[in-house]
Design a protein around this ligand. Sequence first.
Ligand SMILES: Cc1cc2nc3c(=O)[nH]c(=O)nc-3n(C[C@H](O)[C@H](O)[C@H](O)COP(=O)(O)OP(=O)(O)OC[C@H]3O[C@@H](n4cnc5c(N)ncnc54)[C@H](O)[C@@H]3O)c2cc1C
Length: 273
Amino acid sequence: MKAAAFEYVRPADLAGAVKALAGMPGEAKPLGGGQSLGPMLNLRLARPKLLVDVSRLESMRAIEDRGSLWRIGGAVTHSAIEDASLPGGEPLSSVARGIAYRTIRNRGTIGGSLAHADPAADWPLALPALGAEVVIAGPGGERRVTAATFMHGAFATALAEDELVVAVEVPKLSAGARWGYWKFCRKTGEFPEASAAVLLDAQRKVARLWVGALNGAPQPMEALAADLAQRGGLAASEDAVSRALERVAPDLDPAQRRLHITAVRRAVQQATE
Ligand SMILES: Cc1cc2nc3c(=O)[nH]c(=O)nc-3n(C[C@H](O)[C@H](O)[C@H](O)COP(=O)(O)OP(=O)(O)OC[C@H]3O[C@@H](n4cnc5c(N)ncnc54)[C@H](O)[C@@H]3O)c2cc1C
Protein backbone atom coordinates (compact mmCIF):
# COMPACT_ATOMS: atom_id res chain seq x y z
CA MET A 1 0.00 0.00 0.00
CA LYS A 2 0.99 3.61 -0.35
CA ALA A 3 0.49 6.44 2.09
CA ALA A 4 -2.60 8.61 1.80
CA ALA A 5 -1.83 12.12 0.54
CA PHE A 6 -0.33 14.53 3.06
CA GLU A 7 1.30 17.93 3.14
CA TYR A 8 4.94 18.21 4.16
CA VAL A 9 6.78 21.11 5.79
CA ARG A 10 10.34 21.47 7.01
CA PRO A 11 10.37 24.43 9.39
CA ALA A 12 13.58 26.41 9.81
CA ASP A 13 13.46 26.42 13.60
CA LEU A 14 11.79 24.92 16.64
CA ALA A 15 9.30 27.78 16.97
CA GLY A 16 8.21 27.13 13.36
CA ALA A 17 7.79 23.42 14.05
CA VAL A 18 5.69 24.04 17.17
CA LYS A 19 3.57 26.55 15.28
CA ALA A 20 3.01 24.15 12.38
CA LEU A 21 1.91 21.36 14.74
CA ALA A 22 -0.36 23.66 16.72
CA GLY A 23 -1.91 24.96 13.49
CA MET A 24 -3.54 21.59 12.74
CA PRO A 25 -4.29 19.96 16.10
CA GLY A 26 -4.68 16.21 15.80
CA GLU A 27 -3.96 16.27 12.06
CA ALA A 28 -0.26 17.11 12.01
CA LYS A 29 2.53 14.77 13.06
CA PRO A 30 6.23 15.35 13.62
CA LEU A 31 8.55 13.40 11.33
CA GLY A 32 11.85 12.22 12.80
CA GLY A 33 13.78 9.53 10.95
CA GLY A 34 10.59 8.03 9.52
CA GLN A 35 11.65 4.50 10.47
CA SER A 36 8.36 3.77 12.25
CA LEU A 37 6.14 6.51 10.85
CA GLY A 38 7.03 5.60 7.23
CA PRO A 39 5.63 2.05 7.48
CA MET A 40 2.64 3.31 9.48
CA LEU A 41 1.84 5.81 6.72
CA ASN A 42 2.21 3.18 4.04
CA LEU A 43 -0.07 0.78 5.91
CA ARG A 44 -2.44 3.70 6.55
CA LEU A 45 -2.29 3.07 10.28
CA ALA A 46 -1.52 6.80 10.51
CA ARG A 47 -3.20 9.31 8.19
CA PRO A 48 -1.95 12.76 9.17
CA LYS A 49 -2.81 15.66 6.89
CA LEU A 50 0.54 17.30 7.59
CA LEU A 51 4.04 16.02 8.35
CA VAL A 52 6.30 18.45 10.19
CA ASP A 53 9.86 17.36 9.51
CA VAL A 54 12.00 18.04 12.58
CA SER A 55 14.88 15.80 11.55
CA ARG A 56 17.09 18.68 10.37
CA LEU A 57 16.43 21.24 13.09
CA GLU A 58 19.89 22.23 14.26
CA SER A 59 18.73 22.89 17.83
CA MET A 60 17.46 19.31 18.05
CA ARG A 61 20.52 17.70 16.45
CA ALA A 62 23.13 18.65 19.02
CA ILE A 63 24.82 16.48 21.63
CA GLU A 64 25.96 18.85 24.39
CA ASP A 65 28.14 18.37 27.43
CA ARG A 66 26.33 20.27 30.18
CA GLY A 67 28.69 19.50 33.04
CA SER A 68 26.84 16.96 35.14
CA LEU A 69 24.73 15.70 32.25
CA TRP A 70 24.61 15.01 28.53
CA ARG A 71 21.89 16.79 26.60
CA ILE A 72 20.95 14.85 23.47
CA GLY A 73 18.70 16.65 20.96
CA GLY A 74 15.46 14.90 20.05
CA ALA A 75 16.49 14.64 16.38
CA VAL A 76 19.89 13.07 17.11
CA THR A 77 20.14 9.74 15.33
CA HIS A 78 21.01 6.48 17.03
CA SER A 79 24.18 6.25 14.92
CA ALA A 80 25.33 9.74 16.00
CA ILE A 81 24.99 8.58 19.61
CA GLU A 82 26.71 5.30 18.77
CA ASP A 83 29.66 7.18 17.26
CA ALA A 84 29.93 9.87 19.94
CA SER A 85 32.49 9.81 22.71
CA LEU A 86 30.45 10.51 25.85
CA PRO A 87 32.52 10.32 29.04
CA GLY A 88 30.13 9.43 31.85
CA GLY A 89 27.50 8.58 29.26
CA GLU A 90 29.04 5.42 27.85
CA PRO A 91 25.83 3.38 28.20
CA LEU A 92 24.20 5.71 25.66
CA SER A 93 26.61 4.69 22.92
CA SER A 94 26.42 1.00 23.73
CA VAL A 95 22.61 1.02 23.80
CA ALA A 96 22.51 2.91 20.48
CA ARG A 97 24.89 0.37 18.92
CA GLY A 98 22.45 -2.44 19.73
CA ILE A 99 19.43 -0.87 18.02
CA ALA A 100 18.34 -2.58 14.80
CA TYR A 101 21.09 -2.27 12.17
CA ARG A 102 23.16 0.61 10.90
CA THR A 103 20.85 1.79 8.10
CA ILE A 104 17.98 2.12 10.60
CA ARG A 105 20.29 3.78 13.13
CA ASN A 106 21.41 6.30 10.51
CA ARG A 107 17.88 7.70 10.35
CA GLY A 108 16.03 6.69 13.52
CA THR A 109 16.15 9.36 16.24
CA ILE A 110 16.09 9.23 20.01
CA GLY A 111 13.08 11.59 20.12
CA GLY A 112 11.19 9.56 17.53
CA SER A 113 11.87 6.37 19.43
CA LEU A 114 10.59 7.83 22.71
CA ALA A 115 7.53 9.37 21.07
CA HIS A 116 6.71 6.16 19.21
CA ALA A 117 6.90 4.27 22.55
CA ASP A 118 7.22 0.74 21.30
CA PRO A 119 7.23 -1.41 24.47
CA ALA A 120 10.25 -3.37 23.22
CA ALA A 121 12.32 -0.36 22.10
CA ASP A 122 15.67 0.38 23.70
CA TRP A 123 15.47 4.07 24.70
CA PRO A 124 12.21 3.75 26.67
CA LEU A 125 14.02 1.16 28.80
CA ALA A 126 17.54 2.57 29.00
CA LEU A 127 16.67 6.23 29.67
CA PRO A 128 14.59 5.65 32.82
CA ALA A 129 17.32 3.35 34.12
CA LEU A 130 19.84 6.15 33.52
CA GLY A 131 17.61 8.66 35.35
CA ALA A 132 17.07 10.84 32.26
CA GLU A 133 14.63 13.70 31.82
CA VAL A 134 12.68 14.36 28.64
CA VAL A 135 12.48 17.98 27.48
CA ILE A 136 9.21 18.70 25.69
CA ALA A 137 8.19 21.80 23.71
CA GLY A 138 4.70 22.85 22.72
CA PRO A 139 2.54 25.94 22.28
CA GLY A 140 2.63 26.51 26.07
CA GLY A 141 6.46 26.58 26.11
CA GLU A 142 8.87 24.01 27.48
CA ARG A 143 8.22 21.40 30.15
CA ARG A 144 10.05 18.38 31.47
CA VAL A 145 9.04 14.93 32.56
CA THR A 146 11.21 12.15 33.88
CA ALA A 147 11.92 9.37 31.40
CA ALA A 148 10.49 7.09 34.11
CA THR A 149 7.05 8.67 33.73
CA PHE A 150 7.18 9.65 30.04
CA MET A 151 5.83 6.39 28.62
CA HIS A 152 2.29 5.63 29.77
CA GLY A 153 1.80 2.30 28.00
CA ALA A 154 2.25 0.61 24.64
CA PHE A 155 2.49 3.44 22.07
CA ALA A 156 1.21 5.95 24.65
CA THR A 157 3.23 8.78 26.18
CA ALA A 158 2.99 12.03 28.14
CA LEU A 159 3.16 14.01 24.86
CA ALA A 160 0.19 16.03 23.69
CA GLU A 161 -0.55 15.96 19.95
CA ASP A 162 1.07 19.34 19.43
CA GLU A 163 4.21 18.68 21.46
CA LEU A 164 7.72 17.65 20.49
CA VAL A 165 10.51 15.81 22.26
CA VAL A 166 13.24 18.43 21.89
CA ALA A 167 15.92 16.72 23.97
CA VAL A 168 16.74 14.20 26.64
CA GLU A 169 19.06 15.05 29.51
CA VAL A 170 21.05 12.18 30.92
CA PRO A 171 23.00 12.53 34.19
CA LYS A 172 26.63 11.46 33.89
CA LEU A 173 27.72 8.35 35.74
CA SER A 174 30.31 8.46 38.51
CA ALA A 175 33.65 6.86 37.78
CA GLY A 176 32.78 3.69 39.74
CA ALA A 177 29.27 3.27 38.36
CA ARG A 178 28.28 -0.11 36.90
CA TRP A 179 25.88 -0.59 34.02
CA GLY A 180 24.27 -3.79 32.83
CA TYR A 181 22.07 -4.14 29.75
CA TRP A 182 20.76 -7.34 28.28
CA LYS A 183 18.27 -8.15 25.58
CA PHE A 184 17.13 -11.28 23.82
CA CYS A 185 16.45 -10.80 20.11
CA ARG A 186 15.35 -13.65 17.89
CA LYS A 187 17.54 -12.22 15.10
CA THR A 188 20.14 -9.46 15.08
CA GLY A 189 18.42 -6.19 14.21
CA GLU A 190 15.03 -7.18 15.54
CA PHE A 191 13.20 -5.75 18.51
CA PRO A 192 13.94 -7.77 21.65
CA GLU A 193 11.60 -10.27 23.23
CA ALA A 194 12.93 -9.50 26.70
CA SER A 195 15.25 -6.79 27.97
CA ALA A 196 16.61 -5.35 31.19
CA ALA A 197 18.81 -2.47 32.33
CA VAL A 198 20.67 -2.04 35.61
CA LEU A 199 22.52 0.98 36.96
CA LEU A 200 24.47 0.82 40.21
CA ASP A 201 26.13 4.11 41.06
CA ALA A 202 27.02 4.04 44.75
CA GLN A 203 28.69 7.46 44.71
CA ARG A 204 25.43 9.08 43.60
CA LYS A 205 23.36 6.67 45.77
CA VAL A 206 21.60 5.36 42.68
CA ALA A 207 20.42 1.78 42.16
CA ARG A 208 17.96 1.18 39.35
CA LEU A 209 16.74 -1.95 37.65
CA TRP A 210 14.23 -1.80 34.80
CA VAL A 211 12.70 -4.55 32.74
CA GLY A 212 11.46 -4.01 29.18
CA ALA A 213 9.77 -5.71 26.23
CA LEU A 214 6.64 -6.23 28.34
CA ASN A 215 3.07 -5.88 27.15
CA GLY A 216 3.09 -2.24 28.26
CA ALA A 217 5.75 0.29 29.26
CA PRO A 218 9.06 -0.86 30.78
CA GLN A 219 8.79 -1.22 34.55
CA PRO A 220 11.09 -0.49 37.49
CA MET A 221 11.93 -3.28 39.93
CA GLU A 222 12.67 -1.00 42.84
CA ALA A 223 12.88 -3.41 45.78
CA LEU A 224 15.20 -5.70 43.84
CA ALA A 225 17.39 -2.76 42.87
CA ALA A 226 17.62 -1.58 46.49
CA ASP A 227 18.51 -5.11 47.58
CA LEU A 228 21.14 -5.29 44.87
CA ALA A 229 22.74 -2.06 45.99
CA GLN A 230 22.91 -3.40 49.54
CA ARG A 231 23.97 -6.97 48.94
CA GLY A 232 25.54 -7.14 45.50
CA GLY A 233 24.68 -9.94 43.09
CA LEU A 234 23.00 -12.10 45.74
CA ALA A 235 19.68 -10.37 45.17
CA ALA A 236 19.47 -11.58 41.60
CA SER A 237 18.67 -15.17 42.49
CA GLU A 238 16.12 -16.76 40.22
CA ASP A 239 13.48 -16.73 42.94
CA ALA A 240 14.01 -13.08 43.81
CA VAL A 241 13.78 -12.01 40.16
CA SER A 242 10.77 -14.21 39.56
CA ARG A 243 8.89 -12.69 42.52
CA ALA A 244 9.81 -9.13 41.49
CA LEU A 245 8.74 -9.80 37.90
CA GLU A 246 5.41 -11.22 39.02
CA ARG A 247 4.71 -7.90 40.76
CA VAL A 248 5.39 -5.69 37.72
CA ALA A 249 4.33 -8.02 34.88
CA PRO A 250 1.90 -10.68 36.08
CA ASP A 251 0.52 -11.15 32.55
CA LEU A 252 3.60 -12.76 30.95
CA ASP A 253 3.18 -16.29 29.63
CA PRO A 254 5.65 -18.94 30.89
CA ALA A 255 8.02 -18.63 27.93
CA GLN A 256 8.11 -14.81 28.13
CA ARG A 257 8.59 -15.08 31.88
CA ARG A 258 11.60 -17.33 31.52
CA LEU A 259 13.22 -14.99 28.98
CA HIS A 260 12.59 -11.93 31.15
CA ILE A 261 13.97 -13.57 34.28
CA THR A 262 17.12 -14.51 32.42
CA ALA A 263 17.45 -11.04 30.83
CA VAL A 264 17.23 -9.42 34.27
CA ARG A 265 19.74 -11.83 35.79
CA ARG A 266 22.21 -11.31 32.95
CA ALA A 267 21.94 -7.52 33.16
CA VAL A 268 22.52 -7.76 36.91
CA GLN A 269 25.47 -10.06 36.33
CA GLN A 270 27.00 -7.54 33.93
CA ALA A 271 26.57 -4.75 36.47
CA THR A 272 27.94 -6.67 39.42
CA GLU A 273 30.74 -8.82 37.99
C1 LIG B 1 13.38 -3.08 11.07
C2 LIG B 1 13.39 -2.19 12.28
C3 LIG B 1 14.00 -2.65 13.42
C4 LIG B 1 14.04 -1.85 14.57
N1 LIG B 1 14.65 -2.35 15.69
C5 LIG B 1 14.69 -1.58 16.79
C6 LIG B 1 15.31 -2.05 17.98
O1 LIG B 1 15.87 -3.15 18.05
N2 LIG B 1 15.29 -1.23 19.07
C7 LIG B 1 14.71 0.00 19.04
O2 LIG B 1 14.72 0.70 20.05
N3 LIG B 1 14.13 0.48 17.94
C8 LIG B 1 14.11 -0.28 16.82
N4 LIG B 1 13.51 0.22 15.70
C9 LIG B 1 12.91 1.59 15.75
C10 LIG B 1 13.84 2.67 15.19
O3 LIG B 1 15.07 2.57 15.79
C11 LIG B 1 13.39 4.15 15.45
O4 LIG B 1 13.82 4.60 16.71
C12 LIG B 1 11.96 4.35 15.47
O5 LIG B 1 11.53 3.86 14.22
C13 LIG B 1 11.46 5.79 15.64
O6 LIG B 1 12.39 6.79 15.35
P1 LIG B 1 12.23 7.76 14.09
O7 LIG B 1 13.13 8.92 14.33
O8 LIG B 1 12.41 7.01 12.84
O9 LIG B 1 10.72 8.27 14.26
P2 LIG B 1 9.58 8.42 13.16
O10 LIG B 1 9.35 7.12 12.50
O11 LIG B 1 9.84 9.59 12.31
O12 LIG B 1 8.36 8.78 14.12
C14 LIG B 1 7.83 7.84 15.04
C15 LIG B 1 6.73 8.53 15.86
O13 LIG B 1 7.30 9.52 16.68
C16 LIG B 1 6.81 10.83 16.34
N5 LIG B 1 7.97 11.71 16.42
C17 LIG B 1 9.13 11.63 15.71
N6 LIG B 1 10.03 12.51 16.18
C18 LIG B 1 9.43 13.17 17.22
C19 LIG B 1 9.84 14.18 18.13
N7 LIG B 1 11.08 14.70 18.11
N8 LIG B 1 8.95 14.61 19.05
C20 LIG B 1 7.69 14.09 19.11
N9 LIG B 1 7.25 13.13 18.29
C21 LIG B 1 8.12 12.66 17.36
C22 LIG B 1 6.20 10.70 14.95
O14 LIG B 1 5.16 11.62 14.74
C23 LIG B 1 5.69 9.26 15.00
O15 LIG B 1 4.47 9.21 15.69
C24 LIG B 1 13.46 -0.56 14.55
C25 LIG B 1 12.84 -0.08 13.39
C26 LIG B 1 12.79 -0.87 12.26
C27 LIG B 1 12.14 -0.34 11.02
